[in-house]
Design a protein around this ligand. Structure first.
Ligand SMILES: Nc1nc2c(c(=O)[nH]1)N[C@H]1C(S)=C(S)[C@@H](COP(=O)(O)O)O[C@H]1N2
Ligand SMILES: [Mo]
Length: 226
């Protein structure tokens, strides 16, 4: 089956670059690469009826919800946007169904001290962002990609997508388990291992070196840890 010829991919890439849609240092993929550090036996059951989300931290109302409650009590939206991985692939016009993170956070009512969101996976993976990225129009709790249930290798049954047109996709935790609102920053899984704490794709915030930091200790200090 021919999906896209190589010259066609290049033509699309040139067009995306010319129209300012392709961030610096990225190239287009027509595939959907899988980037998961967890081994398959750590993945959660691929079963929406068993899935739960905790919303916790510096909020007035912590709560837990199941999938039925999520889809019944919040607006379900269909969104299309581009995604960008720090390993230099970008994918245009990806289509998702989900509930906006900001709607779920609004129910929790963040305290005035709230400044960051840490998303947690069932596996222990975490990703940290300033709250404004969590509140972005395109930040989603999602269970459907391209009209199909989200595949386990892409983070099913439910994953987060966090401000994908501003932040590299490592900020979007697969196997979503909880949203933790915090007053202090707390570098996540890849941030502790050498990825930039910010992760802005347009500023190419890829690795510690890009922020002038060299060691994990400097990264943790910058985040407020003594
Ligand atoms: N739990 C978890 N979430 C994760 C990752 C991971 O390894 N584990 N990888 C991140 C990275 S680096 C990217 S690019 C995207 C990849 O999503 P995909 O495998 O569906 O393309 O998920 C992000 N979220
Ligand atoms: Mo990535």
């Amino acid at each position: 089956m021919k999906i896209f010829g190589r010259s066609e991919r290049r033509a699309r890439e040139r067009e995306a670059r010319a129209s300012g849609r392709l961030p610096p240092g990225q190239s287009l993929t027509e595939k959907y690469p899988v980037l998961t550090y967890e081994s398959q036996r750590e993945w959660p059951p691929n079963d929406l009826s068993q899935w739960r989300l905790d919303v916790t931290g510096v909020v007035k109302h912590s709560f837990q919800l199941d999938f039925q409650t999520l889809t019944r009590e919040f607006d379900v939206v269909d969104l299309a946007f581009d995604i960008h991985c720090v390993t230099r692939w970008s994918k245009l016009d990806t289509k998702w169904k989900g509930v906006r993170v900001r709607d779920v956070l609004a129910r929790a009512a963040p305290e005035p001290s709230a400044r960051f969101l840490i998303t947690h996976s069932t596996t222990g993976y975490t990703a940290n962002v300033p709250l404004e990225h969590a509140l972005a129009e395109t930040s989603l709790i999602t269970w459907e990609y391209a009209g199909q249930p989200l595949a386990p290798e892409h983070g099913g049954p439910v994953r987060a997508i966090i401000d994908p047109e501003t932040l590299y996709l490592w900020k979007s935790a697969k196997f979503l388990r909880s949203l933790e609102v915090t007053a202090e920053d707390n570098p996540g899984f890849w941030e502790r291992l050498g990825y930039h704490n910010g992760g802005n794709i347009w500023a190419e915030e890829r690795f510690w070196e890009d922020s002038g930091l060299q060691t994990r200790r400097q990264v943790m200090r910058r985040a407020g840890e003594p």
